[in-house]
Every structure is written in C-alpha cells, then in structure tokens.
Design a binder for this molecule. Structure first.
Ligand SMILES: Cc1cc2nc3c(=O)[nH]c(=O)nc-3n(C[C@H](O)[C@H](O)[C@H](O)COP(=O)(O)O)c2cc1C
Length: 189
C-alpha cells in the first residue's frame, strides 16, 4: 500500500492560454488529488524552454541531450511523480506544438523510469469528442509502449473561448473527482 503523503502529482499544461480550458481542468484534477493528501505541482510548457528533438542520439551515446534547456529538470520532476496530469487542447486534430515537442523529448534513456507511472489526460477542444481521436490515440500508444498506466481521460468537447469550461459545472466536478479517484486508487494499489 502506498503512503498518500508521499504521492507527488505533476500537472503539465500544453496550452499557451494561461487560465484557459486546459489550465482550469488540470487545476481541478490537481485540486482533487491534493484533497486526498497528494503533493501537487504544475508546469506550463509554454513558459519553459523545450526544444524539438534533433534525433542525434546524443542522449543514448553520452547520456546527455544536445539541448541545454528546461527538459532535463522536467524529466526529473516526472521521475519523482507517481501521477502525471497531461493537458493539451486539440490543435488541428493533434496536440499543441508545445506538447508535441515535450512528448518527442521522451525519446531518451530516462523514459525507462516511466514504467508504472500513472497518467490522466485532459483534452479540451472546440468540436465534438471524435476530433480528439488522434490526440488520444498518440498518447494511448505512447503510454502502452512505455508501460505507463493511462488511468482516465477528461475530454471537454465544445470548448472554444478561454475559460468556457467554467460554465460546465459537471465537467469541472468530473475533473476534480478524477484527481481524487486516482489518488485513492494509488493509495490502495
Ligand atoms: C491553432 C488552433 C487549432 C485548433 N484546432 C482544433 C481542432 O482541430 N479541432 C477542435 O475541435 N478544436 C480546435 N481548436 C480549438 C481549441 O482546441 C479549443 O479552443 C480549446 O478549448 C483551447 O483550449 P485552451 O483554452 O486550454 O487553450 C484549435 C485552436 C487553435 C488555436
């Protein structure tokens, strides 16, 4: 049985809109997790310097990425956290560029420490849920490949304006309860 006081939860927001739908929903999941005794932290990818992978294999050859940017510290935070709340809006049927650059940087030996981590996805989009299928598909496949447990997806269709999700009390509650449930599950695992 895990000790909930030690559980670290990391929220990662892939939207450039601070206070936008992704940010709000990730906050709700984190608040639910905190309510259950977890320690929480949130990072905004748009505020970090995360360069695209150059496929140079430097990380495998030397143990060090050729980029000297914020990804190294973020990977440490990821390793220290049992649960990641990964949020990205749908941009052209896929994740945002900020999120994809982040995801591509998982291509490094550090991903060997990802096995057994837990993930909650948060995906707002303007259209209907079907338009999130590729975004969900990419993340499902990556998680399966790396042995990461994808616990739940909080999908928020029909969201356009910044903060529109605040009007959807049901969804806000769902996000909050998803955070609570995930920690309950981790404590009992
Ligand atoms: C560049 C761009 C591309 C987008 N592409 C899609 C899309 O393909 N399908 C969709 O349903 N919504 C699309 N949207 C709408 C966003 O997913 C939606 O506004 C979302 O709620 C934004 O989340 P945020 O408030 O966290 O930034 C797009 C928005 C932008 C700015």
């Amino acid at each position: 049985m895990m000790k909930n006081s030690k559980l670290q939860v990391l929220g990662i927001v892939g939207s450039p809109r601070q206070g936008g739908n992704t940010d709000i929903l990730v906050d709700q999941v984190l608040t639910g997790a905190e309510e259950m005794g977890a320690s929480i932290e949130k990072v905004i990818l748009n505020k970090l310097n995360i360069n695209p992978c150059q496929a140079c294999n430097s990380c495998y050859k030397t143990g060090k990425c050729m980029h000297n940017d914020d990804m190294e510290e973020l990977l440490e935070k990821m390793e220290d956290s049992a649960l990641w709340v990964l949020g990205t809006p749908v941009y052209w049927w896929g994740p945002t560029a900020q999120f994809k650059a982040f995801l591509d940087r998982w291509y490094c030996p550090k991903h060997e420490t990802f096995k057994g981590k837990h993930v909650i996805l948060v995906i707002p989009l303007e259209g209907s849920s079907i338009n999130a299928r590729h975004t969900i598909g990419i993340l499902t496949d990556v998680c399966n490949y790396l042995g990461i447990e994808l616990d739940e997806t909080v999908l928020a269709p029909g969201m356009n304006e910044k903060g529109a999700v605040l009007e959807n009390v049901k969804l806000i509650k769902k996000a909050y309860n998803t955070g609570k449930k995930a920690i309950k599950m981790l404590i009992n695992s």
